[in-house]
Design a protein around this ligand. Structure first.
Ligand code: PEP
Ligand code: MG
Length: 591
């Protein structure tokens, strides 16, 4: 489609979730995010701003006190004293006085006054010679971020708007994303992130367009009055488009919708290759609270991944065993006979939440993440979750999956915990399942290399390619600067997938892929050719992947995979597979 050439104020970012969004901007300030919008506040409303500030201070103090108490319980007084410094800062009259002064004299909103005051004190700290004092600037940053988060009740702010908006931010943590009223979001434009960062994953599951890698200098100039077009297919972001451009994008959005409706018409057809090999397709859910009943009509084999960690991101409340039990039970009843793979909490990496871990890690992606955190630091949360799962398992076809497995010992320890929980439930006479399939996520090169050993200690594998690519190629999955290197089709990744498939065969267990790679029609064909038994993806990708699988024979897919394994570059692999698909499924090339 021809789009207007007359686009001066636009930027080419990285497309991470498809779709077109057109609407005004809503900026989100948060830890490390762009400066909040300055809003002029009339004299009569200044008292209200001061009140909001004090409410945020009280909430912050309360959170810090409860964190401190928790630490005291788990560790010792000395470690808990770290939060004492933060508490003192949040009550410090110099800081609070400076924010109040700026609200009153500059007649502005509390967020902006806080932002300015923090900037001011950071500059002061930077000039201090004493290293100890200079390091206190980190405490200030931490407390400032917490205060800002409490002040910026995004959900409330969105309720006050009369239209839906495009969210603009430097980055969004999963907690921040979870706080949004997504029914009023048109899409996301972010400075940081990549195709597998968690905001992108969430955007795709909400069917909202997202573009990342847009420079802060571009975002800083945007205000709530600006209208944006975001093109989640190409990664283009256009500010205040002329009417011709806007109309062209509205047409593009309509064409994409029509294409997807056409694909959906095949929902009743089995995901089979031309020569009759079945490649079951499952869906990924980003929350166990999703309404699954609607999705059953997409002709899927089940739920291949339920990400449960988002339940644990509210620092004020972690779900109890009974609350989790009810959530899992409902999901299992909704799914009926379909298999449901619930992954235990994968916390750590970029999925961090206040109040879960007490460690400050330099390299969180290489730290206590997933099963490591569950076994070493938060066994309490882990056993609560497992107990809820064992009880809920009675209501459906439940599979438990363990994230970030990197050793046989982790699987053995998990089995031991499950066995002892079963004994405990048995003794208490609580209804539960005794035998549950236990799966391991293969997300690191190390796990892929010992897949043959791991396969003897579990019942299925699911390859988390989002992480496997990250760890294999040493590319931070959330870092837009290295996004150009992030190619799931890289031969190094394909070799490890092959190794995993071989390892699964040794143990006689099936292997699925639940990373973003499975949602790409061309790569899905490649995975089938590599011997993967099931593909699990965001629901919106199912129709396209089904059509791709139905367009080729398994013979062709295997040949393509064998040729791909001989390549030395991802571009060569992509060429092989897109040539095949272009020939068999030409419409996909239009996307
Ligand atoms: C993966 O790593 O591919 C995966 C599915 O898990 P997550 O994206 O939640 O880390
Ligand atoms: Mg992962």
């Amino acid at each position: 489609m021809e789009l207007s050439e007359n686009i001066t104020n636009s930027f080419q970012g990285i497309a991470v979730s498809p779709g077109i969004g057109i609407g005004r901007v809503m900026k989100i300030a948060g830890p490390g995010n762009v400066a909040p919008e300055r809003i002029d506040v009339p004299d009569a409303e200044l008292a209200g701003e001061l009140e909001r500030l004090h409410a945020a201070i009280a909430a912050t103090a309360e959170q810090l006190t409860s964190l401190q108490n928790e630490l005291r319980r788990k560790l010792n007084n000395r470690d808990a004293a770290i939060f004492e410094a933060h508490l003192m800062l949040v009550r410090d009259r110099t800081l609070v006085g400076e924010i109040e002064r700026r609200i009153k004299t500059n007649k502005c909103n509390a967020e902006y006054a806080l932002y300015e005051a923090l900037e001011h004190f950071q500059k002061v700290f930077a000039t201090i010679q004493d290293e100890y004092l200079r390091e206190r600037s980190l405490d200030l940053k931490d407390v400032g971020a917490r205060l800002m988060e409490n002040l910026t009740d995004v959900r409330e702010a969105m309720m006050g708007l009369d239209d839906s908006r495009v969210i603009v931010a430097a980055s969004l943590t999963p907690t921040e994303t979870a706080r949004l009223d997504t029914s009023r979001v048109l899409g996301f434009v972010l400075e940081n992130g990549s195709v597998t960062s968690h905001t992108a994953i969430l955007a795709r599951s909400l069917n909202l367009p997202a573009v990342v890698g847009v420079p802060g200098s571009f975002l800083a100039n945007l205000t709530g009055a600006d209208k944006l077009i975001i093109d989640g297919f190409s990664g283009r972001v256009i500010v205040n488009p002329d009417s011709r451009t806007e109309e062209a994008y509205r047409l593009k959005a309509r064409a994409a919708d029509e294409f997807h409706s056409r694909m959906k018409a095949d929902n009743a057809l089995p995901p089979e290759t031309l020569d009759g090999f079945s490649v079951p397709l499952a869906v990924n859910l980003d929350s166990a609270c999703c309404d699954f009943s609607q999705m059953k009509s997409s002709g899927i084999s089940g739920i291949g991944l339920v990400r449960t960690e988002f339940m644990f991101l509210n620092p004020h409340h972690h779900p109890t065993e009974d609350e989790q039990f009810e959530i899992y039970k409902k999901l299992l009843i909704d799914a009926g006979e379909l298999s449901v793979v619930i992954r235990t909490m994968d916390i750590g990496g970029d999925k961090t939440a206040a109040g879960i871990s007490t460690l400050a890690e330099e390299n969180p992606f290489l730290g206590l993440r997933g099963i490591r955190l569950a076994l070493r630091e938060r066994r309490d949360l882990f056993t609560t979750q497992l107990r809820a799962l064992l009880r809920a398992g009675v209501y459906g076809n439940l599979h438990i999956m363990i994230p970030m497995v990197s050793s046989v010992t982790e699987l053995m320890e998990t089995r031991e915990i499950i066995d002892s929980l079963c004994c405990e439930l048995e003794e208490r006479g609580v209804e539960h399942v005794r035998e549950l399939p236990l799966g391991a996520m293969i997300e690191t090169p190390g796990a892929a290399m010992i897949a043959g050993k791991l396969s003897r200690f579990c019942d299925f594998f699911s390859i988390g390619t989002n992480d496997l690519v990250q760890y294999t190629r040493a590319i931070d999955r959330g870092n837009e600067h290295v996004a150009y290197l992030y190619h799931p089709a890289h031969p190094s990744v394909l070799q490890l997938i092959k190794k995993t498939v071989e390892g699964a065969k040794e143990g006689g267990i099936p292997v699925a892929v639940c990373g973003q790679m499975a949602a790409d029609p061309a790569l899905a064909v490649l995975l089938a050719g590599l011997g993967v038994n099931e593909l699990s993806m965001v629901e919106s990708a199912v129709p396209l992947v089904r059509r791709a699988i139905r367009s080729v024979s398994m013979y062709e897919a295997v040949q393509a995979a064998e040729a791909a394994l001989q390549c030395s570059r991802s571009s060569e692999v992509e060429e092989i597979i897109s040539d095949l698909l272009r020939e068999r499924f030409p419409e996909v090339a239009e996307l």
